[in-house]
Design a protein around this ligand. Structure first.
Ligand code: FAD
Length: 319
């Protein structure tokens, strides 16, 4: 199995196709997820990302009228899905690894499991606040920022484990991806600060960057230009999500802190139903992909969000 950075290098300047999948809701069938991946194998993705979903705090009404507070994970199974992808499709899985909800020791155990499974790729993230809270709080003896977790993975790659000193430990071999935001991370006070911390992630060992979704390619091109000016030289893979309902015109900007280009908004607003909006979303994304490919983007990384039919249509136009 290979690292994402090797796949990019071996593509020799050709844009590669990759996807991100989300584990099913707890209790749902894994088959639906695998069935959704299957049609995308036509485009030979060299790697598939699998998201990680931390615990949530929910309140459940009990028959006696009281409220029970429960801590639950709605979408467990990231490592199992990675293993299924590896064995069913022979594709390199990229599990997402979060700061949120983990101590450093738990993270180390998690990484050791991945290493033993032969999984040599991770996308390292801070994670969002645990629902329903609005601010991120690290677990006691956990990390506040992704850059710190990147440093831990880099240490493991050098054979340096927590509390064990530097003596004769078997090194791991992880290729490390990190996230970035062409339209700025919503908590960063300004772009300068955001670039400073992105650079820290790369200095701490990140091998490549995957961006948040965007609908205006200019945001990606400006972002890449600024990264290069800041001395960030690793590959920057654009993340893409084809719009699939009219409602997403409001939902995506709110959830992911991005702007929709006015032309795109106009085109979706005249749609009479979601079928039409989905078609507009496909056509817009195809245009984005053509321009990104021509500009030499190292890859096109699609956020599938549980559906693949629209991505199949887009990929057939590009790959
Ligand atoms: P960081 O890089 O830690 O940055 C978070 C904020 O802190 C930024 O505003 C940054 O500027 C600031 N900052 C960074 N370092 C410092 C410092 N040392 N001092 C002060 N400020 C600092 N979430 C999930 O829960 N599961 C997933 O699987 C998942 N996958 C994702 C995949 C991609 C490609 C992307 C783009 C996002 C994903 N997310 C996921 C969402 C992500 O967890 C959130 O966007 C989160 O709010 C930030 O994560 P980060 O790794 O970018 O954080």
């Amino acid at each position: 199995m290979a690292k994402v950075s090797d796949h990019i290098r071996q593509a020799n300047g050709k844009t590669i196709f990759s996807i991100e999948v989300i584990p099913p809701i707890k209790g749902d069938n894994l088959k639906n997820l695998l069935d959704n991946i299957e049609p995308l194998m036509e485009f030979k993705p060299p790697f598939i990302d699998v998201t990680y979903h931390r615990e949530e705090y929910i309140e459940r009404p009990e028959p006696d009228g009281t409220i029970k507070k429960i801590i639950t994970r709605k979408r467990p199974g990231t490592v199992g899905i990675c293993s299924a992808i590896l064995h069913k499709f022979g594709v390199d899985p990229v599990p997402h690894v979060l700061c949120g909800g983990f101590t450093k020791e738990e993270t180390e155990d998690f990484l050791i499991d991945l290493h033993y499974l032969g999984i040599d790729n991770v996308l390292v993230l801070r994670g969002d606040p645990a629902k329903p809270f609005s601010t991120f709080k690290p677990k006691a003896n956990g990390y506040s920022y992704a850059s710190e977790l990147v440093a831990q993975v880099t240490n493991m790659n050098r054979g340096i484990y927590l509390h064990e000193g530097e003596n004769a430990m078997a090194p791991s071999n992880f290729c490390i991806g990190v996230a970035a935001y062409p339209e700025k991370h919503f908590e960063a006070i300004d772009h300068d600060t955001d670039f400073k911390y992105l650079k820290l992630k790369v200095e701490n060992g990140a091998d490549y960057i995957v961006t948040q979704m965007f609908f205006d390619n200019r945001k990606y091109f400006d972002f890449v230009k600024r990264c290069r000016q800041e001395g960030i030289t690793v590959p920057i893979i654009p993340g893409l999500k084809p719009l699939s309902t009219r409602k997403q015109l409001q939902v995506l900007p709110r959830l992911f802190h991005l702007e929709m280009p006015p032309d795109f908004v106009k085109a979706v607003e005249v749609c009479e139903n979601d079928t039409q909006a989905r078609q507009v979303g496909i056509e817009w994304c195809v245009q984005q992909c053509r321009e990104l490919t021509q500009a030499g983007a190292p890859g096109l990384h699609f956020y599938t969000m549980g559906k693949s039919d629209n991505i199949v249509k887009i990929a057939r136009e590009i790959f």
